[in-house]
Design a protein. Structure first.
Length: 496
């Protein structure tokens, strides 16, 4: 992962949220260049570079690819996305309809003009689409105006359904609430007083990589050599996690065995997202790699053994993960199951619960209760959504997103900035292509299991309001047709 970029002092999405919270009073004629840039970032494809460059703190190769793609769009009729500080972005040819809609919600709007779609308009827009047979035999939908917190539409809002990967929204909200966006997960090396016994201690960071292990080895070797030691016994400690290492789905390319110590999510093919062959022993593999790196640094060890760090040992090296905000964004953008399960366990640890499935379920549920969210019927069996025993309501998912937009909860904002951008990033990169208003304006978490298709996120409507939505469907028979039906619902919401 590349070095994280510095978060701007005012996040563009925060600016949009604040403006919509003020009753939609977006007077574009009064915006200076910096403010205009912030608002345009929330409008996605209209000013695409603003979204992909300023969406959040996670700066990876993927984020750079998004920026390149935004530039490519601008070369084919989009905006000139030069330095915003120098001159400010120029509206794209597609911008006037959106800007006109924003202006209509400002203080110069015509008398009687609404600042958010009413229930009748949403029923007319969404009702027929929810009857699409592609959505299976059960479906639910909720739409919330994030500016007011008002529910604008609901169908089956309180019916618990299988969420698939949209449960990651609940997981990430709970983790941010428990730990804060700046929290980092530590992997450490501890040594006995004579420096002849070393313990590599896993803290639960699934993104630990070889470069981090090399840095740990170099620091450890330097300390040992300073104390005249070049040969040591090596153990590795995974006691931070408890319970079974296997998810109930069993061995699966979507998730490595759960361990407090692993490298690159246990992936064996050098990939960084999606299904991949996984090691059966992520902790042992990591410890053996660390032993080789110690050898390269001049410290000889025997084969590492599993065990606990001696009580009297002291820390001699430490690696900190990326901030929790970045892990949350990566978990949501790529629908990363390993990170999601790790975040659930970090929430358990912060809550004094065992870091296993049961402890994580209790901890995540308790955190959501503190946020006063509708939890009737909710079952948070895992952190990733791979467990079919998971149950949430459309009201809960939309409520989580609305809470993440609440100015009183800025710590939850990475949940919104991490949502895939339609037509651009993560699991929505190949969806909404060619749709008039989908790309850039819709950000949503996808969910797919056999017979289950879900979509929950936000959309900027024609009035410039940020709406939170959740659409759940079960009993589906064609994933592609179900996804298309869900995409039509989100697009229609933006047009309502």
């Amino acid at each position: 992962m590349d070095e994280p970029v510095k978060r701007p002092s005012v996040d563009p999405l925060d600016k949009l949220i604040r403006l919509t919270r003020r009753g939609g009073a977006v007077r574009l004629t009064r915006l200076n260049d910096r403010q205009f840039t912030a608002v345009s970032a929330g409008l996605g494809l209209v000013l695409a570079a603003g979204v992909v460059l300023a969406a959040g703190p996670w700066d990876s190769g993927q984020r750079k690819a998004e920026a390149d793609r935004a530039v490519a769009w601008s070369r084919t009729g989009g905006a000139d996305h030069g330095s915003a500080e120098a001159s400010g972005p120029k509206p794209a040819p597609s911008a006037p309809p959106v800007l006109t809609a924003l202006t209509a919600t400002a203080g110069n709007a015509a008398p009687g003009a609404r600042t958010a779609p009413d229930a009748a308009a949403l029923r007319a827009a969404l009702g027929p689409l929810l009857k699409d047979p592609a959505l299976g035999d059960r479906r639910a939908a909720v739409v919330i105006d994030t500016a007011s917190g008002e529910r604008l539409y609901g169908k089956g809002a309180g019916t618990p359904m299988t969420p698939a990967s949209t449960v990651k929204i609940a997981t990430t909200v709970a983790a941010l609430s428990a730990l804060g966006p700046e929290h980092r997960i530590a992997t450490t090396v501890r040594a006995t007083a004579d420096h002849r016994t070393l313990t590599l201690v896993g803290g639960g960071d699934p993104t630990l990589d070889r470069a981090a292990l090399r840095a740990l080895a170099a620091t450890t070797a330097r300390t040992l050599k300073e104390n005249g030691v070049t040969r040591a016994r090596l153990t590795y400690d995974t006691s931070r996690y408890s319970g079974p290492a296997r998810h109930p789905i069993g061995p699966n390319e979507n998730l490595a065995p759960l361990s407090a110590l692993m490298t690159d999510e246990g992936r064996l093919d050098h990939s960084d997202s999606g299904p991949a062959p996984r090691t059966d022993d992520p902790a042992g593999d990591t410890a053996r790699t660390f032993a080789r790196l110690l050898h390269d640094a001049g410290i000889t060890t025997a084969a590492p053994k599993h065990g606990r760090a001696p009580a009297a040992s002291r820390q001699v090296a430490e690696h900190l993960s990326a901030p929790l905000s970045a892990l949350v964004e990566r978990a949501l953008t790529n629908s990363d199951n390993d990170i999601a399960e790790a975040l659930a366990r970090q929430t358990a640890l912060a809550s004094g619960e065992p870091a296993d499935f049961a402890g994580s379920r209790r901890a995540v549920t308790a955190r959501l209760q503190k946020l006063r969210l509708p939890l009737t019927g909710a079952v948070l069996a895992d952190g990733s959504g791979l467990d079919r025993d998971d149950r949430v309501t459309a009201g809960l998912l939309a409520g989580l997103l609305a809470r993440a937009a609440d100015p009183d909860h800025p710590e939850l904002r990475p949940v919104l900035t991490g949502l895939p951008v339609a037509g651009f990033t993560g699991t929505l990169s190949d969806r909404y292509t060619g749709k008039s208003r989908g790309p850039g304006l819709i950000r949503a978490k996808t969910g797919t299991l056999t017979g289950v298709n879900t979509l929950a996120g936000t959309v900027v409507d024609r009035r410039g309001r940020l709406l939170a939505f959740a659409f759940l469907a079960s009993g589906t028979t064609s994933p592609t047709e179900a996804q298309n039906a869900l995409d039509r619902l989100a697009s229609a919401l933006g047009d309502a």
